[in-house]
Ligand binder design. Structure first.
Ligand code: GDP
Length: 532
């Protein structure tokens, strides 16, 4: 079947989309790289824009202050820019130290990820967790080994560590010459040239010196000490390391590795080029009943994040929707699958590096922001009529629990409203117990503080947290209604509902969970819940 001209045009536009996130352990250099990518993409003129935001939110209290003051001028969590004829969508993952569910969900909305490794520290805890999440969808990973301007670990050892700890094959694309004060540059193994290192620029320089060929006498003249070992390394890598293949990269089994120094703008352009040349365009997605192709003409998409108060002048909530097929056009009517009713998307937003503008149109891979008055939850699918529901947008079972109540009992209603909204937004998990208590579940402790702060500033409720004797929560599913009723009766004191009304079992200990599972083999206990 040949595509109509409209479909062919859509297909061309989709093929030019690159949607990705940066993953790293805190302090490896994610913020710096984000900023430099924007700089090279021409989206910002001067380094410092993203940085200022991050340094301010490092400490909890400052972070809250920034959140409160966060205006439309501040870089948002989605940044779109053009590079080499492509439209790049960079999705930010939360910067604070708590490993949050938000990050997991953002990773469901990308087609590739850039993994930043601090060359001195190697593979760190959060990198391991984030890579596990990427692996669930076989997301292709580009690796940037950062901070070569410092004394760091031997590059070969770093590759070994990545391969053994992260279980992903490394295909070095560039190779460093020296490190720290003697960092001379990187040798591009595929293009056979050296890019000479020059330290510290705030702006994009075009003056990187390139030296062709590993046998070039200019190398000996410039770096007599390092050139010999560079040649030995190049020989070794050519003989022993795995050659880069697009197929393995796209399957998520091999990662191309680049070395550089983000803060010095060095090696950043190669990452952008790799995204454009190698990272996949938007891929088909599983919508339950069928796979949806990105260049199908009918619009579909799913909500992966909800953010409140992006504009402090209006109390707004924005639902971030990843377009999966078709084209968004202003004012279009869509079907809300979960609610089974039509809704109009009046004035969706597109997010640039430091402003948000009315979206004039978006195709698969793009992210639009929809003003949300509670009708959209994380995981919701919108379509042009077909009853589809995208899979794989996860909720994770919380590991920390508190009971919440209003200090002033007359404010119970506001508290309930605030928690309902914050729960829908995914800021925290909210459960209503069968005994009428409100329970909060978090993955990281900072979530409780943020929620208390937001309840106070946005809902004018002073919330008090009490300890809860809950060890872990499991979503439960039943083979039939009869089993559900019997289970709910026997476990009444340990039952609750999440914000979407799904039954949740609250275990007092891992032993309690084990025993209950044994007693009820026909009941399903789930540590994650997929939305939709
Ligand atoms: P994030 O927590 O991953 O977002 O990390 P940042 O981008 O904020 O970087 C953490 C620290 O490492 C900051 O002090 C940066 O200035 C520093 N940094 C980032 N890239 C480099 C680099 O290439 N070389 C050196 N020496 N420091 C860097």
């Amino acid at each position: 079947m040949t595509a109509s001209p409209i479909e062919a045009e859509l297909g061309r536009e989709v093929a030019l989309r690159r949607t990705f996130a940066i993953i790293s352990h805190p302090d490896a250099g994610k913020t710096t790289l984000t900023e430099k990518l924007l700089l090279f993409g021409g989206a910002i003129q001067l380094a410092g824009t993203v940085k200022a935001r991050k340094s301010a939110r490092h400490a909890t209290s400052d972070w809250m202050e920034v959140e409160k003051q966060r205006g439309i001028s501040v870089t948002s969590s989605v940044m779109q820019f053009d590079y080499a004829g492509h439209t790049i969508n960079l999705l930010d993952t939360p910067g604070h130290e708590d490993f949050s569910e938000d990050t997991y969900r953002v990773l469901t909305a990308v087609d590739a990820a850039v993994m930043v490794i601090d060359a001195a520290k190697g593979v760190e805890a959060q990198t391991i967790k984030l890579l596990e999440v990427c692996r669930m969808r076989n997301t292709p990973i580009i690796t940037f080994v950062n901070k070569l301007d410092r004394e760091v670990q031997e590059p070969l050892l770093l590759l070994e560590e990545i391969e053994s700890v992260l279980k992903i094959q490394c295909a070095p694309v560039t190779w460093p010459i020296g490190m720290g004060k003697r960092f001379r540059g990187v040798y591009h193994l595929l293009e056979n040239r050296l890019m000479r290192f020059a330290a510290g620029q705030e702006r994009v320089g075009t003056d990187t010196e390139r030296i062709e060929g590993v046998d070039n006498p200019r190398l000996d003249a410039l770096f007599p000490d390092e050139t010999v070992s560079l040649r030995a390394d190049v020989d070794l890598l050519r003989g022993a390391s795995d050659p880069f293949t697009l197929e393995q990269f796209h399957a998520g089994t091999q990662t191309p590795v680049f070395f550089g120094s983000g803060i010095n703008n060095f090696g950043v352009q190669e990452i952008l080029q790799a995204l454009v040349d190698w990272a996949p365009p938007p891929q088909p997605r599983d919508a339950g009943v069928r796979m949806v192709e990105p260049a199908e003409p009918a619009f579909t998409g799913f909500v992966f994040k909800i953010q409140a108060n992006m504009d402090p002048r209006h109390r707004d909530r924005i639902a971030f929707l990843r377009v999966c097929s078709g084209r968004y056009s202003p004012g279009m009517k869509v079907q809300h699958t979960r609610l089974g009713r039509e809704m109009k998307i009046a004035n969706a937003l597109t997010f640039m590096a430091n402003e948000r503008v009315a979206s004039e149109g978006a195709v698969a891979g793009d992210i639009i922001g929809i003003h949300n008055h509670g009708q959209l939850h994380i995981g919701d699918t919108l379509t042009e009529g077909e009853a589809l529901s995208y899979k794989g947008i996860p909720y994770f079972s919380a590991e920390l629990f508190r009971m919440a109540r209003a200090r002033d009992p007359f404010k119970a209603k506001q508290l309930a409203k605030g928690l309902q909204e914050l729960g829908e937004e995914g800021a925290i998990q909210v459960f209503e117990s069968a005994t009428g208590q409100t329970l909060l579940g978090a993955v990281g402790p900072l979530q409780f503080e943020i929620v208390a702060h937001r309840l106070q500033t946005e809902y004018q409720v002073d919330a008090v947290y009490d300890a809860a004797d809950i060890h872990t929560a499991r979503w439960v599913t039943f083979p039939d209604d009869n089993t559900r009723k019997r289970f709910e009766k026997e476990q009444a004191l340990r039952m609750s509902q999440d914000v979407d009304g799904n039954p949740v079992f609250l275990a007092s200990s891992s032993y309690n969970l084990m025993v209950t599972r044994e007693r009820w083999p026909e009941v399903g206990f789930h540590a994650t819940r997929e939305h939709g």
